[in-house]
Design a protein around this ligand. Structure first.
Ligand code: PMV
Length: 350
């Protein structure tokens, strides 16, 4: 019997506050703009992955939430395996006692503690956990930023899930992707009062995948060039500063503006891409009203490639934000099915 070697790890979901939308290289997943995200609490939304390898394994295999996936056509996943094996070969070359794990097939078992189809950035957590688990199994010396370049090739936003707290994905300029990487802007402890709640408006799979949607936008939207050249670069710097300064009003305004800008370029695409629905728009109006009544910006909405809302707020304003939000939910047709205002999912980043 050949021995089985294993390593397990978890990776959290991240929700972008400055959106990645557009690839300048679809193979390497190089983005057309830098982005920023907040990593959610591991207790609430995370992927747990175990990576194993053995001389007796006959093929690379992935089990996702209990089902065996067909990964033979998954270029993205295979690129991650290839890059990680390459790094392992470096370990083996440096240490003649190191096992030739780069030659062994891999078995990966991955579980999410939330519905995969709910449009809650499951691929980000999934690919980040997969890369981290294999890197741990291979005892790679590379740090999270180096590994983020590999996770990025699996799923762009996954590169940001290798860090907790407040994270930037710097787009880089090199054609080989060597400077397109994630870095931590600040750890959770820097601004521990931040909270997020998720309104699960629909658990359906999204209509247009992010990869397909991005290409339609890049190829057809006249507004897109304005967004990436004239809007996002300044917003990236301002948002970083708002995080470092713990300036919630500024952070929230920029977050909402960027969600709107992202959905505007989707609408400006041909054919147009609609990710938000009537319930999403009601959530926007509810947040606007909460801020108006508070006389200051105490809540920020953001929407990814789907109708679910993520609302950011500070712990001290939980009642001011969540009370009226729940009331607004009840008064809307369709909110009942979206009963899932889940202030407990996730409640904190602690
Ligand atoms: O990483 P992908 O291919 O799942 O794309 C993510 C796109 C958005 O979630 C809409 C934005 C982002 O930055 O996460």
């Amino acid at each position: 019997m050949n021995k089985i070697y294993s390593a397990s790890t978890t990776a959290p979901v991240n929700i972008a506050t400055l959106k990645y939308w557009g690839k300048r290289d679809t193979t390497l997943n190089l983005p057309t703009n830098s982005s920023i995200s907040v990593t959610l609490s591991q207790d609430d939304l995370r992927t747990l992955t175990t990576a194993s390898c053995s001389k007796s394994f006959t093929e690379d295999t992935l089990w996702l939430n209990g089902s065996k996936e067909d990964i033979t056509g998954s270029k993205r996943l295979l690129a991650c395996f290839r890059e990680l094996r390459e790094l392992r070969r470096g370990v083996e070359a440096a240490d003649s006692a190191a096992l030739p794990m780069s030659e062994f097939k891999l078995h990966l078992v991955s579980e999410n503690n939330f519905p995969t189809a709910a449009g809650l950035a499951s691929s980000a957590a999934g690919l980040a956990a997969l890369v981290r688990a294999i890197a741990d199994l291979y005892e790679l010396p590379q740090d999270a930023t180096e590994l983020s370049k590999i996770a990025r090739q699996g799923s762009g936003s996954a590169c940001r899930s290798l860090f907790g707290g407040y994270v930037a994905w710097e787009m880089g300029s090199s054609p080989d992707g060597s400077d397109s990487k994630a870095v931590q802007i600040a750890p959770v402890e820097h601004w521990p009062e931040m909270r997020a709640c998720i309104l699960v408006v629909s658990a359906d799979k999204k209509d247009t995948s992010s990869t397909a949607g991005m290409q339609v936008t890049v190829n057809t939207s006249p507004l897109f060039a304005h967004r990436i050249n004239n809007v996002v670069p300044q917003r990236f710097e301002l948002m970083k500063k708002s995080i470092l300064d713990r300036d919630f009003a500024q952070f929230a305004q920029l977050t909402m503006q960027d969600s709107n800008s992202f959905h505007a370029v989707c609408l400006d695409s041909t054919p147009p891409i609609f990710y938000m629905n009537d319930i999403s728009r009601a959530a926007i109006r509810a947040v606007d009203e909460i801020n108006r009544l508070a006389g200051q910006t105490v809540a920020a909405y953001t929407f990814d490639a789907g109708p679910n809302a993520v609302i950011y707020y500070l712990k001290e304003n939980a009642q001011v934000v969540l009370g009226p939000l729940k009331a607004a939910l009840k008064s809307q047709d369709g909110w009942a099915s979206a009963s899932a205002i889940k202030p407990e999912v996730p409640t904190s980043f602690e």
